[in-house]
Ligand binder design. Structure first.
Ligand SMILES: NC(=O)NC1=NC(=O)NC1=O
Length: 164
């Protein structure tokens, strides 16, 4: 989509145009309020700056829209469609990998109390499993920072794709 329609749209409409980037209403609201944007770069910089404010509460809110790695996103919504695309590198036939991801996700949720989040685009299933195992050793504070960083990456990738 072009930047102009986003800049010109009524607030409610503009929010809908970017809601699939991340399920954090405050971020959607703030980004829409910062219009008009003179360029895609300006939009991405603002989106990133606003994401720097995210905390554990924002992370948990956003996770509702991110299916586990290795699980096919259910549903027909835009987020589910994006997740399926982002996770398409996980070879569904590789049952050993799927099993390892399933076990890793369960261990992660047991330890940190939330779904493991990683920017999946551009990563193979094996790379994500390695990251999952590495991050399992993080202390809670460290891991919260890493998870927030991955949420930012996913959000900005989606924002960029929306207006590219
Ligand atoms: N649990 C996840 O990390 N999910 C996801 N990562 C992505 O990049 N897209 C997802 O749906």
């Amino acid at each position: 989509m072009k930047l102009e329609p986003f800049n010109q749209a009524p607030v409610a409409e503009a929010k809908k145009l970017i809601a699939h980037c991340v399920a954090i209403p405050a971020w959607q609201q703030a980004l829409v309020a910062a219009r008009p944007f003179s360029s895609l770069t300006a939009l991405l910089e603002t989106g990133d700056r606003l994401a720097a404010a995210w905390d554990a509460q924002a992370l948990n809110k956003a996770l509702s829209a991110h299916p586990r790695i290795g699980e096919k996103a259910q549903g027909s919504g835009k987020e589910a469609e994006l997740s399926r695309g982002e996770q398409s590198s996980v070879n569904a036939e590789d049952t050993a990998l799927k099993q390892a991801l399933k076990a890793g996700n369960a261990a992660y949720e047991q330890r940190f109390g939330r779904v493991f989040l990683i920017r999946a685009k551009g990563r193979s299933g094996e790379e994500m499993l390695a990251e999952l195992l590495r991050r399992l050793a993080n202390d809670p504070q460290q891991e919260q920072q890493e998870a927030l960083g991955q949420l930012r990456e996913i959000t900005l990738l989606r924002l960029k794709e929306t207006f590219a």
